[in-house]
Design a protein around this ligand. Structure first.
Ligand code: DQA
Length: 143
C-alpha cells in the first residue's frame, strides 16, 4: 500500500509557526514519525509540501495510478480552494483530510472546508497524531 501525504501553505514553518496552535515539531520530524509508523504497518509513504495551490493540484493529479490513498492537510486552502476540491474529485483516490488544530473551535472562516466533503473523512484537533490516525484509517479502509 502506498500513501501520499500532502501539506499545504505555511506548514513548512511548523516548529516555529504559532506553536501553541500547531505544536513544536518541525514538518521533517513529523514526517519521520509518520514514515516509521507506516513502515511498521507495511505501508510506504511519500511526502509533498507546497505553498502554491497549483503545485498541490498537480501533485494530486499525478498521484492517480501511483498511490492508493492520500492524506491531505490543505492548510489555508482548505477554506478557499475549489481547485483542490476538483482535483480530489478528478482522481478519486481515497483521502483523509487532516488538521493539526481543531478548526471548529477557531475563527468562523476556518469552519468552512471546500475539501472535506469529497474526502472519506476528516481528523482535526489531534495535533500531529492526526496524521498517524489517518494512516490507520486508510489502512483499514483500503484493506
Ligand atoms: C490548519 C488549519 C488551517 O485553518 C490553517 O490555515 C493552517 C493549518 C491545521 O492544520 O490546523 O495553515 O490546516
Amino acid at each position: 500500500m502506498r500513501i501520499l501525504v500532502v501539506n499545504g501553505p505555511n506548514l513548512n514553518m511548523l516548529g516555529t509557526r504559532e506553536p501553541e496552535k500547531y505544536g513544536s515539531k518541525t514538518l521533517a520530524q513529523i514526517n519521520d514519525e509518520i514514515k516509521q509508523f507506516a513502515f511498521e504497518k507495511g505501508i510506504e509513504v511519500e511526502f509533498f509540501q507546497s505553498n502554491i495551490e497549483g503545485e498541490i493540484v498537480d501533485k494530486i493529479q499525478s498521484a492517480k495510478g501511483t498511490f492508493d490513498g492520500l492524506i491531505l492537510n490543505p492548510a489555508a486552502y482548505t477554506h478557499t480552494s475549489v481547485a483542490i476540491r476538483d482535483a480530489l474529485l478528478a482522481v478519486q483516490i481515497p483521502t483523509i483530510e487532516v488538521h493539526l488544530s481543531n478548526v471548529y473551535s477557531r475563527e468562523d472562516f476556518r469552519q468552512t472546508t471546500y475539501t472535506a466533503g469529497v474526502c472519506l473523512g476528516q481528523i482535526a484537533g489531534m495535533g500531529d497524531y492526526g496524521y498517524k490516525l489517518a494512516i490507520l484509517a486508510l489502512a483499514e479502509k483500503l484493506k
